[in-house]
Design a protein around this ligand. Structure first.
Ligand code: TRP
Length: 461
């Protein structure tokens, strides 16, 4: 198999695609609501800290593993560590995580599609806040509607991935990412004129020391993983389409800054609205779908337009992330099994759609009605929990250990410094320190807390 590996058209294309992967439902849907639940400022500060000391070092490691091997996760570990080494199971874990995450991610993205579509019909017109909020529940329990939008979203994802790295993933990210950032900046500027803006700034940027439980620190760390698309080889796979001339540390910095910028912008769009209209910042996962339309409805005629734009944005962000999830799974079959991109995308995308059906039907309990009684969570939440709390941190831990302790030091250094004019030796040593010691210890702590072996809240009380 001496087929030439596809590469990004430009370094900027890679950065946009990787940023597209990072910026997603995690930034716009999840970050504002967990910030609200964890009391604001201090949580945000700790999250920024986690991005800097754990996220960026592991992102550099993932990209380097991908670029040096020019392979997707399973092949990458086989190429670097040896065909029979157990490290390739880390690659397998990644493929498996991608499969699972996309299956339910697509369902949430389907809700965003549904709300985009509903906005066109001005669905909140003349309704009371309670009635608007209850629409979410109606949708959640409507099996056919969930299935329909899940299918539509998966078709969009397949459509992008099937066109390939440069003319599919890169092209669409070039179009979607700038629009996304532009619209967000416009919405954030509109928010400045709301009377609640001052309170929002205070809430998001001023550390309130009594509002955060120590376990919130672990939540911040776990979210840093999810939001930067780390721990399952998505960045590794994107890195494998990168040429040697790119400066990896600089790219990782830029991607992380963009990702964090959008998360903070999302807060600065949502919290001014929340404080202006006197809603609680602790509204939970329904924040985007239940609270925002209430506010859109109060804006008047213009509200329908803002609602449409906002949910479309959420769809774009979810699409560019979902594409990276599918690419990990698809590229395994392309690289390791020699399938054509066409065949690999259709089969893996189709399989993920099928596996997502019980998640799409979770709200109506139309399939597996006994699931929740048996496992304590419905199908959707079970797999979200498994992936975000187990598979990603474990994958991240192994990636940090591999790049920090096992990988050939000469290769690691050459990869880190290639593409930059400086030898960067101090920066290199600093990175290695974080990768070898800080990141593994931090991730290990999350895992211990999750298993229940330690209870940080009790320890630090
Ligand atoms: N980072 C995306 C978000 O914030 C989700 C995502 C895409 C992801 N690819 C990933 C998460 C790979 C973990 C691993 O919504």
């Amino acid at each position: 198999m001496s087929k030439q590996r596809e590469h990004w058209g430009s370094r900027f294309g890679f950065i946009l695609a990787a940023a597209g992967s990072a910026v997603g439902l995690g930034n716009i849907w999840k970050f504002p609501y967990i910030t609200g639940e964890n009391g604001g400022g201090l949580f945000v500060l700790i999250y920024l800290f986690c991005i800097a000391i754990v996220g960026i070092p592991i992102m550099i490691a993932e990209i380097i593993i991908g670029r040096s091997s020019q392979k997707s996760p399973v092949g990458a570990f086989a190429a670097l560590a040896g065909k029979n080494s157990n490290w390739k199971y880390v690659g397998w874990l990644g493929v498996f995580s991608g499969f699972i995450i996309l299956s339910y991610y697509s369902v949430v993205a389907g809700w965003a599609l549904n709300y985009t579509f509903m906005s066109l019909s001005n669905f909140f017109d003349g309704k009371s806040p309670d009635e608007i909020g209850s629409i979410f529940g109606v949708m959640y329990g409507a099996s056919g509607i969930n299935l329909f939008w899940h299918a539509v979203f998966m078709m969009l994802v397949i459509g992008v991935v099937i066109a390939g790295v440069k003319s599919g993933i890169e092209k669409w990210n070039r179009i979607l990412m700038p629009i996304l950032i532009l619209i967000f900046v416009v919405l954030a500027i509109i928010s400045i004129f709301l009377s609640g803006w001052g309170d929002a700034v205070q809430f998001v940027f001023y550390p309130h020391f009594d509002a955060l439980k120590p376990s919130g620190v672990l939540e911040a760390l776990g979210h840093a993983f999810f939001t930067l698309s780390l721990g399952m080889g998505a960045m590794l796979t994107y890195g494998s389409y990168l040429k040697k001339s790119a400066n990896v540390p600089k790219a990782a910095m830029l991607i992380s800054v963009l990702d964090t910028g959008v998360a903070l912008l999302a807060c600065m769009v949502m919290f001014p609205i929340i404080f202006t209209y006197g809603y609680s910042p602790e509204a939970g996962p329904g924040l985007v779908f239940k609270t925002l339309p209430i506010i859109f409805s109060e804006i008047g005629d213009f509200g329908m337009f803002i609602s449409f734009v906002f949910f479309l944005l959420l769809v774009f962000a979810a699409l560019s992330s979902a594409v990276s999830l599918l690419e990990v799974v698809t590229s395994y079959f392309i690289d390791e099994k020699g399938w054509s991109r066409h065949k690999a995308t259709l089969i893996t995308g189709g399989a993920i759609f099928l596996f997502g059906i019980p998640s799409a039907l979770a709200g109506s309990s139309a399939l597996f009605p006994e699931w929740e009684g048996m496992y304590g969570k419905n199908f959707f939440d079970t797999f979200d929990y498994l992936a975000s709390n187990w598979m990603l941190p474990l994958g991240g831990l192994f990636i940090a250990i591999y790049a920090g302790w096992v990988m050939d030091p000469a290769l690691r250094k050459a990869e880190f410094t290639s593409g930059s004019k400086l030898t960067q030796s101090n920066i290199y040593i600093g990175w290695l320190f974080f990768l070898k010691f800080i990141a593994p210890v931090a991730v290990f702590l999350i895992i211990l807390q999750r298993v229940g072996l330690i209870d940080i809240d009790a320890l630090l009380r």
